[in-house]
Design a protein around this ligand. Structure first.
Ligand SMILES: [Zn+2]
Ligand SMILES: [Zn+2]
Length: 420
């Protein structure tokens, strides 16, 4: 599913007119309060016209009962929300983005009892993984900035961390590969995938929290037209992420059932690329719904919001001085997973470029070696930047986006993991 932009207000002969049909669509898509909408329709003087002067519309909205919930779906009563938003606003202080991003909540709480302390958990292990690429305990990672995401130096204690597990669960869930030799057992790969989906899940939850915060305070000084357009747009963004949460929750719960049963088999399939010594130059971990394979063929149509999306797990990590690029998927999506793998390995000379591009096109949770990053030429840095920002320019993947891997990854061998 992609976000939609609705044009609600037109300028006709210098009069601003609101399109009732478009607003009705917003109501059906749960982007505008249906009760406010019915109230307005009931009280419209001229019910035959689809276009209503915005001023008349605004006056009608003002007559909506003040104790009822606001039209913007904030959950607040109308009087405390948009009835006089700029006056209301001074009673509240906006929550700081940093505080929202660091919300503490254990994502394993529905499976077993938590300990009291939510800790800063690494979504990519510090020891062995981040330290394999770090220099003076630093790596480069994507940090949010006024210009969007840019690569910045980050200490390995902070790289890839999130407050998504209590101490007990963090230790117990990932000890299989953090405290034991990595033998690619079902359990170890299962745990790696679970950590990846939790990290992604946590990020989406926080994006929704931030959108709710922006929703409350960004339009205080806007006029009525600005407010109504802004609220419908942001509601559509929130809905987009809520759907992402719903679909990722389906897979997360699927894995959690296995934790309850202490049975880690039969759920996932894995394809392993083993890497040469001293590779990879980056570490990455995530779970997401890939829409196009690496040959540019569509795998699933994400515009169809009613269909459960299919996810892949990507873990590009070093464990005990050995690098791996592991792609995993649910057995119920076997064809999907196999098509992705075929699109990567069909042309042996391009495998490394495709894996590199996959990581840098799609995965924010990617950290790179300072030595490697600083040795890139200016033109390579531009190519890397182009991979990262392509979503701003293009709607869909095409094979022309695949970049040279810049000596960041070297494959020794690769295979379907024998699950027998
Ligand atoms: Zn409101
Ligand atoms: Zn917990």
């Amino acid at each position: 599913m992609k976000e939609e932009k609705l044009v609600l207000v037109y300028n006709i002969l210098n009069i601003q007119m609101l399109d009732i049909n478009i607003l009705k669509r917003a109501v059906t898509e749960k982007l505008f309060c249906d009760d406010t909408f019915s109230f307005i329709i009931k009280n419209l003087k001229d019910k035959n016209h689809n276009l209503v002067p915005l001023n008349d519309f605004e006056q009608l909205v003002k007559k909506y009962p003040k104790k009822k919930k606001c039209w913007c779906l904030s959950g607040l009563s109308f009087i405390d929300c948009h009835f006089a938003k700029n006056r209301n606003f001074f009673d509240k202080k906006p929550t700081k983005i940093k505080k929202i991003l660091n919300k503490k909540e254990c994502l394993h709480k529905n499976v077993s009892i938590c300990s009291n302390d939510i800790i800063k958990a690494h979504s990519i292990s510090k020891k062995g993984a981040l330290t394999s690429i770090s220099e003076n305990n630093h790596v480069y990672g994507l940090k949010f900035d006024f210009n969007g995401f840019i690569f910045k130096k980050i200490g390995i204690n902070d790289a890839s961390t999130f407050y998504g597990f209590c101490k007990k669960h963090d230790e117990f869930l990932f000890s299989s590969f953090e405290k034991h030799d990595f033998n690619k057992t079902q359990k170890q790969l299962f745990d790696l995938c679970y950590r990846a989906i939790c990290q992604e899940h946590y990020t989406m939850l926080r994006v929704i929290d931030i959108l709710h915060e922006i929703k409350l305070n960004k339009d205080i000084n806007d006029n009525f037209k600005g407010q109504i357009e802004f609220q419908i747009t942001i509601n559509s963004q929130i809905k987009f992420y809520e759907l992402g949460i719903k679909y990722s929750n389906y897979y997360k719960k699927n894995l959690e059932k296995k934790y309850s049963l202490l049975n880690y088999e039969d759920n996932l399939q894995h394809y392993v690329f083993e890497l040469n010594d001293n590779y990879p130059k980056f570490q990455s971990s995530t779970c997401f719904n890939l829409e196009y394979d690496l040959e540019g063929n569509q795998l699933q149509d994400l515009d169809k919001a009613e269909i459960q999306s299919k996810n892949i797990f990507v873990n590009c990590i070093s464990l005990q001085q050995k690098g791996y690029f592991i792609i995993s998927w649910f057995k119920e999506n076997t064809d999907y997973g196999k098509q992705i793998i075929n699109s990567i390995i069909s042309k042996p000379l391009l495998i490394e470029d495709k894996l590199f591009s996959l990581a840098f096109l799609y995965i924010h949770n990617t950290f790179v070696s300072p030595v490697w990053f600083e040795s890139l030429t200016d033109s390579q840095k531009i190519d890397l930047e182009n991979l990262r920002i392509f979503w701003a320019e293009k709607e869909k993947f095409s094979t022309s986006m695949i970049q040279d891997n810049m000596d960041s990854i070297k494959i020794e061998n690769h295979y379907f993991l024998n699950t027998a």
